[in-house]
Design a binder for this molecule. Structure first.
Ligand SMILES: CC(C)(COP(=O)(O)OP(=O)(O)OC[C@H]1O[C@@H](n2cnc3c(N)ncnc32)[C@H](O)[C@@H]1OP(=O)(O)O)[C@@H](O)C(=O)NCCC(=O)NCCS
Length: 173
């Protein structure tokens, strides 16, 4: 039986998900600036994105009434000789939060990455949110990022049966 809360959540997620297109760039920039503010470019995660290119077939946006209200991007990275993908920026417009849109975006990106043969998705984020979506904490003795980071926020999700024994510093691929 559908509970009232589920029905509300169901009807409230009318936004459509689709693959990112080049013309989305301005809308994504504006959404990310609203969600993260000016400090975003100083983050260690940005070191993995500058001089790198998002994998266009694995980046998704959400649209509601023609407005871009959500985005998630995946980038090629490596740890030692092992390739995997880095997730971010990930944002949902404040007007559309807590409707399940964020989870849909993450799941769409992870499913597309798995189909494309990627082995794992790495990100910097809150375990309280991402653990529900299959992410776990990375062992900071095994994997480091190219800059300061709260190691409790370095999370990974294996896309295959089990996590590979990653060892080394994360770098753009
Ligand atoms: C994080 C974000 C993308 C989630 O989008 P969303 O569409 O609201 O996500 P969902 O609907 O799937 O999940 C919402 C739930 O997660 C919770 N949640 C959101 N951010 C959280 C966090 N950092 N830690 C723990 N819980 C969180 C919400 O409180 C909400 O709980 P509820 O269902 O009990 O109301 C959105 O809050 C956002 O854009 N935040 C600002 C940018 C940001 O922090 N991005 C993530 C960086 S890795």
């Amino acid at each position: 039986m559908i509970q009232l809360a589920d029905a509300v959540r169901f009807s409230a997620t009318a936004a459509l998900l689709r693959l990112e297109r080049p013309a989305d760039q301005a809308g994504i920039d504006a959404l990310v600036a609203r969600a993260f503010g000016p400090g975003r470019l100083a983050k260690t995660a940005e070191r993995l994105r500058e001089a790198n290119c998002p994998i266009m077939g694995l980046c998704f946006v959400a649209e509601q009434d023609g407005q871009l209200v959500g985005c998630v991007r995946l980038w090629p990275i490596q740890i030692g000789n092992e390739r995997l993908v880095f997730l971010g920026p990930f944002a949902v417009d404040a007007s559309q939060r807590s409707l399940g849109l964020g989870a849909r975006l993450i799941n769409a990106a992870c499913e597309a990455a798995a189909k494309a043969g990627e082995d794992a998705v790495l990100l910097v984020g809150d375990l309280a949110y991402f653990s529900k979506l299959g992410f776990e904490t990375v062992d900071p003795a095994m994997v480091t990022l190219p800059g300061p980071v709260d190691t409790r926020r370095v999370l990974i999700k294996p896309l295959g049966a089990q996590l590979r024994p990653y060892l080394g510093q994360v770098q753009p691929f």
